[in-house]
Design a protein around this ligand. Sequence first.
Ligand SMILES: Nc1ncnc2c1ncn2[C@@H]1O[C@H](COP(=O)(O)OP(=O)(O)O)[C@@H](O)[C@H]1O
Ligand SMILES: O=P(O)(O)OC[C@H]1O[C@](O)(COP(=O)(O)O)[C@@H](O)[C@@H]1O
Length: 320
Amino acid sequence: MEGIAIMTSGGDAAGMNPAIKCAVDYARSKGLKPFLVYDGLRGLIDGKIVEAKREDVSGIMYRGGTVLRSSRSKRFFEYKYREQAYKHLQERNINKLIVIGGDGSFRALNDLYNDFKIPFAGIPATIDNDIAGTDYCLGVDTAMNVIREAVDSIRDTANSFNRGFVIETMGRHCGYLAMASALTSGAEICLVPEIEYDLDSIQERLRVEIEEGRNFLIAIVAEGCNMGDYLTRWINETLNMDARLTVLGHIQRGGSPTVRDRLMAYKFAVNAVDSLLDGGTNDIMVYKGGSFGGIPIHDVAGKKPKMDQTMLDLCTPLSR
Ligand SMILES: Nc1ncnc2c1ncn2[C@@H]1O[C@H](COP(=O)(O)OP(=O)(O)O)[C@@H](O)[C@H]1O
Ligand SMILES: O=P(O)(O)OC[C@H]1O[C@](O)(COP(=O)(O)O)[C@@H](O)[C@@H]1O
C-alpha cells in the first residue's frame, strides 16, 4: 500500500490537530497508508516517522498546538540532511507528503521535491495570515478570538480607570491580526506595517475627543511596527493619559481551535489528499474568494500576501 506522511512545521497554530486527524482519516479512506512525522523537519531528518494508528488521532480535535509537535531546522537547508530524510521515507514506501505550516516549511518541502521528487501538498497554517494566494490560514480565527477576549477584558479596566491601553499583537511583518482586531474591538488607534501612520493627526483627533469627555482609549499595534513602548510613552506624555502596554505574545498561538478553524482544517486536508491523488506534485492549498483549490508553490513562496483593501481602507482612519 502506498504511504503518505503528514507533518506539521514552523510556528504551531490552532487547527493543525483537526487537519492532521482529517488528513489521516481521509487518506486511509482513499486506500493510502497514513504515517505521522513527529517533530517537524527535525523528525523527518531523524526518522521519527510512524504508521498512524486510529488512537493517535482520536480525541485531538479540540486541542490547540500540534500533537505531532513542530520545529524549525537549520539542518534541512543542507542536501545531506534532506537525503537522510528521503531515505527514511523510502524505507517506509512513503511517496507523498502533506505539510501543515507556513511559507518556510513549504519551501523546505519543495527543496526535498526538487532533490528527490517526493510530491507534497502544503496546508497553510499560521496565525499571521501572511501566506500569498490564500485569504485564510489555519489558526487565524482562534488567535483573533483570543485577542478579542483579551481586548474586551482590558477595555473593562481602561474604562474603569481612565487609562489608555496599548495592546501589541503578533504577526511578524504582517498587520492582519492587528487590523482585524482593531476593527472588531472598536479600537481608537491601530498601527500596522502596511499603513503609514501620523501621530500628529492622531493627537489632534483624540485631543478633541478627550476634550469632549473621552476618558480611556485602546490602541492596537502590530509587533511588526515595533511601536508598543513608544506609543505607550507617547499617550502618557502627549495625551496626558495614564497608559499601559500589554504584549499578548504566545497566548495568541494557543487555545482550542474555533469551529471555523476546525471546518477549514477539514476542507484543506481533503483538498490536500485529493491534490496528491490527482497527481499534484508541489501545490499549496488555498482558500480564495470563497473557494478551495491548489496553486503552484511558485505563486506562494517568497511572494508578498495581498491585504484586503477594504480592511486597509477601514483601518486607515485609525492610523491618522
Ligand atoms: N527559503 C527556504 N528554503 C528552504 N527551507 C526553508 C526556507 N525557509 C525556511 N525553511 C525551513 O522551514 C522551516 C520552517 O520555516 P519558518 O519560516 O520558521 O516557519 P513557517 O513554515 O511557519 O513559515 C525552517 O526552520 C527551515 O528549516
Ligand atoms: O515562537 P517564536 O519563535 O518566538 O516566533 C514568534 C513568531 O511566530 C509567530 O507567532 C507565528 O509565525 P509562523 O507561523 O510564521 O512561524 C509570529 O507571529 C511571531 O512573530
